[in-house]
Design a protein around this ligand. Structure first.
Ligand SMILES: Nc1ncnc2c1ncn2[C@@H]1O[C@H](COP(=O)(O)OP(=O)(O)OP(=O)(O)O)[C@@H](O)[C@H]1O
Length: 218
């Protein structure tokens, strides 16, 4: 397993990577969530829990810059968060996997590396094996099942040099082994100094320590 990128200086190691202050989002004057305050440092996992419609994806879309918060502020390493500032350090896995249907799993991952960089010496072949896709490396992604596509997207996490993983419902479409795979990837990432913010509407089993939890309400 490749190790997560290390933080640059001892000072940065203790400082929050991501911080939200009084973050809130409204639709038609009704609060979707917030105000929320949280901070996430290296080697930390935060679970965003809540029922369907409670605002988990909305929060993720704000964190990835796809939506603007109505109120509050976000900071990356102590400075106002801008996509430029955290570019290359954050990877997002959402409901839309962003895979190119006509390309194979291998080609999709090569494309990802070209775009986002490559974490040390970890190989595409190795990543695909780790997510259980041996033998399917060269199939066009359009021929893969929903769970297999999700596994291709998970393989990306192993390859890119991001310290913060933003995972929106990473367990969706996965069988029991796939769910365990997500937990193993998360535990290894956290153990190697990475951080992750994970949404889920179900109970998450995490054996790498007690995560922070935020519960969103309808
Ligand atoms: N594009 C949109 N336009 C208007 N309202 C929206 C839009 N997307 C989401 N909403 C509303 O915002 C609220 C939060 O939705 P969101 O998708 O963030 O919830 P969620 O917790 O991620 O749900 P789920 O567990 O079903 O994925 C819901 O009431 C939803 O109806």
């Amino acid at each position: 397993m490749a190790s997560a990128p290390s933080l640059d200086t001892p000072a940065q190691r203790g400082a929050p990577l991501l911080e939200a202050r009084a973050l809130a989002f409204y639709r038609q004057d009704e609060a979707v969530f917030g105000p929320l305050d949280f901070s996430l440092t290296a080697s930390e996992l935060m679970l965003i829990e809540g029922d369907n419609g409670s605002g988990k994806t909305t929060l993720m879309r704000i964190l990835t810059g796809l939506l603007r918060p109505e109120e509050g502020e976000l900071f990356w390493r102590g400075e106002r968060l801008t996509w430029d500032r955290c570019s290359g350090e954050v990877v997002f896995l959402g409901h839309q996997l962003g895979l190119k249907a006509e390309l194979s799993a291998r080609e999709n991952l090569a494309f990802t590396i070209g775009l986002h960089g490559h974490r040390n010496q970890s190989g595409i072949e190795q990543a695909l094996t780790q997510v259980g896709l041996s033998g399917l490396e060269d199939e066009p992604v359009r021929k893969l099942s929903a769970g297999q596509k999700k596994r291709v997207a998970l393989a990306r996490l192993l390859l890119v040099p991001a310290i913060l993983w933003l995972l929106d419902e990473p367990y969706a479409n996965l069988d029991r082994a796939g769910i365990e795979l997500v937990d193993v990837l998360l535990e290894a990432h956290i153990a190697h100094g990475g951080s992750a913010l994970v949404t889920s509407h179900g109970a998450v089993q995490f054996h790498g320590g007690e995560p922070q939890r935020i519960h969103l309400h309808d």
